[in-house]
Design a protein around this ligand. Structure first.
Ligand code: GLA
Length: 374
């Protein structure tokens, strides 16, 4: 084990919270994530061998990866993220040099705040730094998404990796997932603060349910294309959707309606943020949660209890689950003066309803990839 000062570069990438625009990135919609000060930091130095030596600050685990045979680490807990990132980086034609990597993650695992994206993005950026290559955050986001899909089997959209790589301090990102055009919107919550709370229910089956939702939206699109010239569900306004949704049945119609209406909520939320209208922004957060609960069915008992306790508190303008769902975190907009009382109230109400203890995270909106020479 080296001292940290013996490494050459300190490279980091962000976890993210999604403010609104849930389960629409893979349907060509706009999303509004923000990068967080909860991050994965990688200390790296080239070691002149053909191996990547890995160590972690918070895991009693080291590994020495063979750069010529990275596929074999697929599925190995923790190691598979950096290994997958290195493999996809190499397959994209980048120079992969042997190096020592020390990974320090402050994004809680399994929280829905994209610890995996933070690890993938920062690892690729660290490999680029070790090889003396220029860092292109958008390319790294796209390759990290590929790593997530191919190595962990989650058929994810681009939101998490893009936010992790390209986020900006004190700005939300209004990211069009169809074109990757990104508008940075200054965070202006006025008297309000964001509060992120983890329901602390272990995720289970999240990957398979995620992939199932994705397949449902794809089948909805195939049916709707018989009625309208669209390339993705996000191309439809709610009014257009109502005219043609008769071709869909049952659950598939609900899933598609969520996507179309959520896309409209993102536009409205961006306007509310620009006007500084926090009650309107908050109401959209709560409406998003209701749709994810009733139409998209990705919340579950714990996230519903946590969001509804939050929504009942007088200082709270709105609250919703964030990320893929099936566990993980909520994000709430709360009057600054009321935050301590809000946390106490929500903790007690949530524990009473579910038996789980919520956790709250103190964090700020931060940059995406950062690179420092040591
Ligand atoms: C996960 C995926 C994202 C996105 C969200 C839901 O975080 O990685 O691509 O689909 O779920 O909005």
């Amino acid at each position: 084990m080296f001292e940290l000062r013996d490494y050459d570069w300190k490279v980091s990438a962000a976890g993210r919270v999604n403010l609104i625009g849930e389960h629409v990135d893979y349907c060509g919609g706009k999303v509004m994530p923000a990068a967080l000060s909860l991050r994965n930091t990688v200390f790296v130095r080239a070691n002149g061998t053909d191996r990547i030596n890995l160590a972690f600050s918070d895991l009693p685990l080291t590994a020495s990866l063979d750069c010529g045979d990275l596929m074999r680490y697929r599925g190995e807990k923790y190691v598979s993220y950096p290994a997958g990132s290195a493999l996809i980086w190499q397959q994209a034609g980048h120079k992969l040099v042997g190096c020592d990597l020390y990974e320090d993650c402050t994004v809680p695992f399994g929280s829905g705040l994209s610890s995996s994206a933070a690890i993938e993005v920062s690892t690729m950026a660290a490999l680029a730094a070790a090889a003396g290559e220029r860092i292109d955050p958008v390319e790294i986001a796209l390759l990290s998404q590929k790593a997530e899909r191919e190595f962990t089997g989650v058929n994810c959209g681009i939101m998490d990796q893009y936010a992790s790589a390209c986020g900006r301090k004190n700005h939300a990102m209004l990211l069009d997932c169809k074109t990757l055009a990104c508008e940075y919107v200054p965070i202006a919550f006025g008297d309000y603060a964001l509060v992120i709370a983890n329901c602390n229910k272990p995720h289970n089956l999240a990957e398979s349910k995620y992939n199932e939702r994705r397949a449902e939206t794809e089948s909805a699109l195939a049916e709707l294309r018989k009625k309208a010239e669209i390339s993705c569900l996000a191309d439809l306004s709610p009014a257009q959707f109502e005219r043609i949704c008769g071709v869909l049945d049952g659950k598939v119609r609900d899933r598609a309606r969520h996507v179309v209406e959520e896309c409209a909520r993102v536009e409205a939320a961006a306007d509310a943020m620009k006007r500084g209208d926090m009650p309107a922004f908050g109401a959209l957060l709560s409406a998003s949660h209701a749709s994810l609960r009733d139409l998209y069915e990705v919340t579950g008992r714990e996230l519903d209890a946590l969001a509804s306790a939050a929504q009942r508190h007088p200082a709270c303008a709105g609250s919703r689950m964030t990320g893929a769902g099936f566990g993980g975190c909520t994000v709430s907009l709360v009057l600054r003066d009321g935050v301590e009382d809000f946390k106490a109230y929500v903790s007690a109400a949530y524990e009473k309803a579910t038996g789980y203890r919520a956790a709250f995270y103190d964090c700020t909106v931060d940059d995406g990839i950062t690179v420092e020479k040591i």
